[in-house]
Ligand binder design. Sequence first.
Ligand code: NAP
Length: 259
Amino acid sequence: MTLFDLTGKVALVTGSTKGIGEAIVHRFAEHGAKVVVSSRKEDICQKVASEINEKWGKGEEVALPVPCNISHKEELEKLVATTNDKWGRIDTLVCNAAVNPYFGPSKDIPDSAFNKIMEVNVRSNFWLSNMVLPQMVERKDGTVIIVSSIGGFRGSPILGAYGISKAADFQLARNIAVEYGPDNVRANAIAPGLIKTDFARALWEDENILKRTTANAPLRRIGLPDEIAGTAVYLASAAGAFMTGQAIVVDGGVTIAGG
Ligand code: NAP
């Protein structure tokens, strides 16, 4: 394994105790990286980190649990500082955690929900990237991966503000790519389709929505968290060395299918 090897790399993944983030930290560790497992709940961070150490550590500590609510700047600063203290560097930053507190027509969304979506899904990713990018510039190496969504490519009657935030995440990746490319720092977004996680439970548990989503999907099904992790490994490894500023759609073909 060389092209996808992550040996010697340190990866920080927000929201990595469940769903897509958890799949990413597992696959990163499997490919040789040291990982930071993070979410708002300390005990769950510890549980997932222990599972990774046991499964992939070969007797060494390869997963560090660091609780962090990405809404708070000082918690993000602590997350970065704790990672640097422990592992000495961050080679790959995965901005994965996001929220969606509102389903419904855009005109009815409370200001508080709109603000929350923009703050967590966009501003926190912006803050965190800015905290990590300087050390990548210093080493002339690093990669930022933002887990966005196909919702950022399409209009929606019920997920309007969420889609706006995810479109902004594509732009964040493009801006980082342009600003930091000359220092050999890459940034890309992943745009998953519907994935079977707690986050999207309201969508895939609703039989009508599930039927609508999968009826014209070429693969006729929704995705699993682990089916997103490979794209993150690709982007973090030598295999993705010439890929920057892109949004990679991983959606079972939903967005290319005709009605
Ligand atoms: P998930 O299974 O619900 O996992 C979300 C993770 O983020 C958990 O570890 C959660 O832990 C953490 N988290 C939530 N709010 C946080 C906060 N404020 N600060 C820190 N951590 C926080 O969700 P998922 O489906 O894997 O979603 C991951 C990413 O994929 C999101 O960016 C989402 O927009 C995107 N996405 C998902 C789908 C889908 O269909 N599932 C489709 C397209 C894109 P705690 O709650 O314990 O903090």
